[in-house]
Each structure stands twice: as structure tokens, then as C-alpha cells.
Design a protein around this ligand. Structure first.
Ligand SMILES: *[C@@H]1O[C@H](CO)[C@@H](O)[C@H](O)[C@H]1NC(C)=O
Ligand SMILES: *[C@@H]1O[C@H](CO)[C@@H](O)[C@H](O)[C@H]1NC(C)=O
Ligand SMILES: *[C@@H]1O[C@H](CO)[C@@H](O)[C@H](O)[C@H]1NC(C)=O
Ligand SMILES: *[C@@H]1O[C@H](CO)[C@@H](O)[C@H](O)[C@H]1NC(C)=O
Ligand SMILES: *[C@@H]1O[C@H](CO)[C@@H](O)[C@H](O)[C@H]1NC(C)=O
Ligand SMILES: *[C@@H]1O[C@H](CO)[C@@H](O)[C@H](O)[C@H]1NC(C)=O
Ligand SMILES: *[C@@H]1O[C@H](CO)[C@@H](O)[C@H](O)[C@H]1NC(C)=O
Ligand SMILES: *[C@@H]1O[C@H](CO)[C@@H](O)[C@H](O)[C@H]1NC(C)=O
Length: 436
């Protein structure tokens, strides 16, 4: 344990050091991208940190123990679904309303044994609890309460995979908690780095996977003079085969990604350098993160629509979920300590977050047309606007990291918390479009 702690400390030091190195690049284009660099460094830090297998040693080992019998504190009574005709209602245009029910929590840190330590905000000392009691209300309809029985009945015998970065994992962890009141999941596979993980719900023969891929496309980290730089070489016309090889066995995919594209990455097509993202290098064209995000999703969707064994697959894209630091970047004392959601009018639409969201929705529309011919289904899960209203839902200072006291996580989401809404969306999309 002592050894592990020492390693963790070293790990942290390395990443911080990398951050400083970026700040000393001293090239002329640098100042221009200063704030984006900070975002990028943080993103690198947070997203990487939360996947590091070494770091797991500092967390409560109980969180991996899914076999623990669940606590009977579970409070939600499955309710009758009021199945109004909502097929013309835009699920993603609405506002957050205070939940009036007394016991409105789907699960607690007692009833769900699989909440990861870094998302277990109450355990890590968060005092305010208001953030757990808001429900998303589309303007023209109501999303039913998440009923795990209904969900599992729809996906019986199927395989569902969350494919993306650590926010895809965060989404899957929420679903795991929502479903574990109905059946305790079995943890059946975990790779050495905990990037790929598989759970099954034996009674429903339902398989739930998370496949981590930060870029979807083939990427290798840049090494300069023997040290990792935090930037990547992205081959925009080649996918990472580690996740694509699983596609033929998957019935439902929930794709996401975006944050890692904000780093100083170099972009290749046909093995030729075509440009970069914030590299600030003379002679290398800055193509921007949006360009690379679009090309990565295009490559993934093209592959799926040309894959014969994948025919009939349901593909959802969960749109970009922005980082929400206030008063500075992550390493400038930036924080997120709000305790209530924003109203619709308080949220600014049109920033880079919104550009990424628009690119993602455009690519889903394009893929939908091509996919129809071979029976594939593409849908959007457009969470961007709803989550911009939830700056109160991040772990903030309460992500339980001993080595980084004073730094906030304003990217991931507390469990329970507003990210549970992503699974209300998921169930509602399946119910509307794919349950027959
Ligand atoms: C539901 O709404 C759609 C679109 O408005 C309409 O075509 C359909 O007939 C309605 N179904 C029922 C059962 O009312
Ligand atoms: C959302 O709904 C409101 C009122 O129902 C409407 O005015 C607005 O145009 C809608 N926005 C979008 C993006 O659909
Ligand atoms: C759950 O959260 C409470 C604070 O609300 C904390 O005291 C308790 O230790 C946590 N329990 C677990 C099992 O995480
Ligand atoms: C369904 O429609 C009825 C009126 O037609 C309304 O009272 C009820 O609140 C609606 N239910 C939901 C879940 O939107
Ligand atoms: C479970 O589902 C898989 C398909 O995902 C199927 O091949 C298998 O036969 C099912 N097993 C049982 C026991 O129903
Ligand atoms: C790599 O190391 C060599 C020799 O120490 C040095 O001349 C060169 O500038 C270094 N390159 C970079 C990109 O730091
Ligand atoms: C695929 O997985 C292997 C084993 O975990 C790993 O070594 C390799 O780097 C991965 N490939 C890519 C492109 O990520
Ligand atoms: C958030 O933190 C800032 C700076 O520490 C403080 O001024 C503010 O009162 C805090 N807000 C809440 C709601 O705690």
C-alpha cells in the first residue's frame, strides 16, 4: 500500500510537470491559446487521472465489490408509466424543476455499491444535497420515472456498450446504479488498465460494456526526447481496432467523446500530416478541435454503415457535456460550487461547446440517411443544453483525491446526480423508437 501511494504521488507529479512544460513552450502562437491550453491540460489531467489503475489504490476498494448484497434502503417504488403520446415532443428542450416527491432519489451511496469513489460526492464531504432533487422537464411532455424493470425488459438478451472517454464511463456507472435495484450486476471482465469493462445481469441476460477510446480513431501519444507530451498523433482515417472489434456483438452503442480533442494534437490522413490542433507550430495548419471531432465521428459511422455483421445496430450519440469552471481554469483556482441549477435564460448557447454539439448532431443526421439502407438506426441524445444548466452537479472539490487537494473536478458528474437524467433519456429513446 505504501508503495502504491508513492507511485501515485509520482504519477501526479509527472502530470503536473507536463503541465508546466506546456506553459514554457514559448512559441508566438502560444498566448493566443493560453486558456485553451489550460482547459486541455486539465482535461488531460482529469480524464487521464480518473482512469489510472494506480490511482485506484487510493480509493475505497469496496467500490469494485459489486457482489455485495444491496441494501434494502432503496426507496423508489416503480410507478405506473403514464404513456402519453409524446412522439412529437422534443425531449431536450425544457428546464429543470424541483422534484416534489419526498423520496425522489433513485439510489443512494448505500443502496448502490458500485459508485466510484471519485463520484461519491457526499462521501467525499459535499454538504448540500439540493442538486440531487431536480428533474428534467421537456416543455411539451414529461419523462417517466426511470423504471429498471422496464429498461431491462427492453434490453433483455441484448448487449449495450458505452464507447468514449471517462464521461462515457460516468454515464455507464449511473446506469449500473439505476439497474442494480432490480438485479445485482456481475462484474465479469476488466482489462489491465480498467479501460474495458463488462457487467452482466444474468436474469435478463443483459450485457453492459464500457469501451474507452478517447478519440475513436487510432491515436498514439507524442513522445519528445523520451518523455510523453500529452499531445497525440490522430489518424483521422483509421479507427482504433480495440473497440471496433466488439461491434458485431453489440446491439446498442452510446457514443460520446470530445474533451481530448482540445489538446495539442497532430492530425494525419493517409499517414500524411494535414494539420494540428493548438500546436502553434509554424507551417502546420491549425484545423481546430471541431474539424477532428467531425472526422472522427464520420470515420466511426462510416465503418458501422459498411460493416455487414453490424447490420441492425442502434447507435446513439450523446452530445458534448461541457466543463464548467468558474473564476479561472482548473489550475488557477477555478471551481464549481453552485448549489442550484441555472434557469434556461441564464445559460449561454453558442460557444465552442455548442459548436461541438452541432457537429455531432450533423454527423448523426448524415449517418442516419446512409444507415437506413442496411437497417441501422442513428439517434441523438442531445444533453448539451440541459447540462449547461447544471453547473451544480459536478464533484467540484469533493472528488476525494488526496494528492490534488485544492483542485476541482468540474467535468464529471456526482452520483447520484443530474447525469442520471441521461439514462432517463436513454430509456425514453428506446421506448419511443426501438421497443416493438
Ligand atoms: C401520436 O402522435 C403522432 C404524431 O403527432 C400521431 O401520428 C399518432 O397517430 C399519435 N398516436 C396516438 C396513439 O395517438
Ligand atoms: C424550445 O421551446 C420553446 C418554447 O416551447 C421555443 O420557443 C424554442 O424555440 C424551442 N427551442 C428549440 C431549440 O427548439
Ligand atoms: C454516504 O454518504 C454519507 C453522507 O451523506 C456518508 O456519511 C456515508 O459515509 C456514505 N456512505 C457510503 C457507504 O458511501
Ligand atoms: C398525460 O396527459 C394528461 C392529460 O391528457 C396529463 O394530465 C398528464 O400529466 C400527462 N402525463 C404525462 C406523463 O405527461
Ligand atoms: C443470451 O443472449 C445471447 C445474445 O446476446 C444469446 O446468444 C444467448 O443464447 C442468451 N442466453 C440465454 C440463456 O438466453
Ligand atoms: C531533444 O534533445 C536534444 C539533445 O538533448 C536537444 O538538442 C533538442 O532540442 C531536444 N528536442 C526537443 C524538442 O526538446
Ligand atoms: C489496444 O489495446 C492494447 C492492449 O490493452 C494496447 O496495448 C494498445 O495500445 C491499444 N491500441 C490502441 C490503438 O489504443
Ligand atoms: C463558492 O466559492 C467562492 C470562493 O471560495 C465563495 O466566494 C462563494 O461564496 C461560494 N459559493 C457557495 C454557494 O458556496
Amino acid at each position: 500500500m505504501e508503495l502504491c501511494s508513492v507511485q501515485t504521488r509520482k504519477n501526479v507529479h509527472n502530470y503536473l510537470f507536463k503541465g508546466e512544460k506546456f506553459l514554457n513552450l514559448g512559441n508566438p502562437g502560444f498566448l493566443l491559446f493560453y486558456s485553451l491550453f489550460l482547459t486541455m491540460i486539465f482535461t488531460f489531467y482529469m480524464l487521464h487521472f480518473s482512469i489510472s489503475p494506480i490511482v485506484n489504490f487510493t480509493t475505497n476498494s469496496k467500490e469494485d465489490d459489486a457482489a455485495r448484497p444491496r441494501n434494502s434502503l432503496y426507496m423508489i417504488q416503480p410507478q405506473l408509466l403514464i404513456d402519453n403520446n409524446t412522439s412529437d415532443c422534443d425531449l431536450f428542450n425544457g428546464s429543470w424543476v424541483r422534484n416534489q416527491q419526498k423520496s425522489s432519489l433513485y439510489y443512494t451511496n448505500f443502496s448502490c455499491p458500485t459508485i466510484p469513489h471519485s463520484k461519491n460526492c457526499l462521501l467525499n464531504g459535499r454538504q448540500d444535497e439540493e442538486f440531487m432533487h431536480w428533474k428534467w422537464k421537456p416543455d411539451k411532455c414529461t419523462i417517466p420515472i426511470f423504471n429498471p424493470k422496464t429498461f431491462l425488459a427492453f434490453v433483455k438478451g441484448k448487449t449495450m456498450a458505452f464507447i468514449g472517454d471517462s464521461l462515457a464511463r460516468n454515464h455507464m456507472e449511473s446506469l449500473l446504479c439505476l439497474l442494480s435495484s432490480e438485479e445485482t450486476p456481475m462484474d465479469i471482465y476488466k482489462d489491465a488498465e480498467d479501460k474495458f469493462r463488462t457487467w452482466i445481469f444474468p436474469r435478463y441476460n443483459f450485457t453492459l460494456m464500457v469501451l474507452r477510446t478517447e478519440f475513436l480513431v487510432f491515436a498514439t501519444e507524442r513522445v519528445i526526447n523520451g518523455s510523453f507530451t500529452g499531445g497525440f498523433d490522430l489518424h483521422l482515417d483509421k479507427l482504433n481496432g480495440n473497440w471496433t472489434q466488439h461491434l458485431p456483438n453489440i446491439d446498442y452503442v452510446i457514443f460520446s467523446d470530445g474533451h481530448w480533442f482540445l489538446r495539442p494534437n497532430y492530425l494525419y490522413e493517409n499517414d500524411n500530416l494535414i494539420g494540428c490542433i493548438y500546436c502553434g507550430e509554424a507551417g502546420v495548419q491549425h484545423l481546430g478541435p471541431g474539424y477532428a471531432i467531425r472526422r472522427a465521428f464520420q470515420a466511426a459511422f462510416k465503418y458501422i454503415n459498411e460493416c455487414e455483421e453490424c447490420s441492425g445496430i442502434v447507435v446513439l450519440l450523446r452530445t458534448f457535456s461541457a466543463g464548467q469552471f468558474e473564476n479561472g481554469a482548473w489550475n488557477e483556482g477555478g471551481f464549481c460550487n453552485r448549489t442550484r441549477p441555472f434557469a434556461r435564460e441564464e445559460v449561454k448557447i453558442g460557444d465552442q461547446d455548442w459548436e461541438f454539439r452541432n457537429i455531432q448532431t450533423e454527423e448523426v443526421e448524415r449517418a442516419r440517411k446512409d444507415g437506413k439502407k442496411i437497417g441501422n438506426n442513428f439517434e441523438i441524445m442531445d444533453v448539451t443544453r440541459a447540462m449547461l444548466m447544471r453547473a451544480d452537479g459536478h464533484p467540484g472539490a469533493y472528488w476525494g483525491n488526496k494528492w490534488m487537494k485544492g483542485f476541482s473536478d468540474c467535468i464529471h458528474w456526482c452520483l447520484p446526480g443530474p447525469i442520471d437524467t441521461w439514462n432517463e433519456f436513454l430509456l425514453e429513446i428506446i421506448r419511443r423508437k426501438f421497443s416493438t
